[in-house]
Design a protein around this ligand. Structure first.
Ligand code: NAP
Length: 243
């Protein structure tokens, strides 16, 4: 059983690992014995012991060679977690198209770019684990989040498409879909006097998720335990979608 979930010595890149869910995932992988690099615009605390690779993922030139930088720093790329993301809330009628494109670029295009970079190393070896961080809004439309919902749906489609091509070549591509988690991203929503309590009361678990509660799902999808799991989106949402 221990071997099933063993990722000791594996080399991982976590995008958006400077704070929030990405940082919790990076810390979790590190605690499980992996070597971990994080890519973001700002560094995590040095005390976390993570290799920091500065990168603005909205900049295609800056993304270029990112996986090579991981291999240089850690020795390989075995696990890719694309967690970087942002939120912008605005009614659809006025939603700026430039922001719509930027959201798609960060959540989907940057993820595809990094998958291609990682695949150049993973496919010839016939081994690799790719995990996208989608959302329950990859299943729902949400309110005033058209770009986010569209992008998160797209990541789920992309995971299926990549899995169809790469499952037979030893590379697992999957996603996790968190529900409402306790990070900076949801602070404005939870502070909204109407939406905050409404969301909280709709979560069967009765509370927001803590970032560390994603680690089990990520270690599962990063380990041999998920060897026959391909193109799946694993929901970790306190029961939100079951409601
Ligand atoms: N919190 C939730 O309830 C929730 C629920 C479902 C899904 N998610 C998803 O989970 C992921 C993490 O969310 P979070 O709640 O942890 O948000 P967060 O606390 O705001 O963290 C966002 C992370 O993304 C990075 N990032 C944003 N723009 C970037 C850019 N242009 N280039 C590189 N890195 C960038 C940030 O790093 P820098 O600012 O340092 O660059 C940061 O590390 C996102 O994909 C989000 O959509 C969150």
């Amino acid at each position: 059983m221990t071997d099933l979930f063993n990722i000791a010595g594996k080399c991982a890149l976590v995008t958006g690992g400077s704070r929030g869910l990405g940082l919790a995932i990076a810390r979790g992988l590190l605690a499980a014995g992996a070597r971990v690099a994080v890519a973001a615009r700002t560094p995590p605390s040095p005390s976390d012991g993570l290799v920091f690779l500065p990168c603005d993922l909205l900049d295609a030139d800056a993304r270029h060679g990112l996986v090579d930088r991981v291999v240089e720093a850690l020795g390989a790329i075995d696990i890719l977690v694309h967690c970087a993301g942002q939120q912008h809330r605005q009614p659809a009628s006025d939603y700026p198209l430039g922001m719509f494109e930027a959201m798609y670029e960060l959540h989907v295009v940057a993820g595809m770019d990094l998958c291609q970079q990682a695949a150049r190393s993973m496919l010839p070896r016939g081994a690799g684990k790719i995990i996208f961080v989608s959302s329950v809004l990859g299943f729902q439309g949400g309110i005033t989040v058209p770009a986010y919902s569209a992008a998160k749906h797209a990541t789920i489609g992309l995971v299926k498409a990549l899995a169809n091509e790469w499952a037979g070549r030893g590379v697992n591509v999957n996603a996790i879909a968190p529900g409402y988690m306790n990070t900076e991203m949801v602070v404005p929503l939870m502070q909204d006097p109407a939406r905050g309590p409404a969301i909280l009361s709709r979560i069967p678990a009765g509370r927001l998720g803590e970032p560390g509660e994603l680690v089990g799902a990520v270690v599962f999808l990063a380990s041999a335990a998920s060897s026959y799991v391909h193109g799946h989106t694993l929901v970790v949402d306190g029961g939100w979608l079951a409601r």
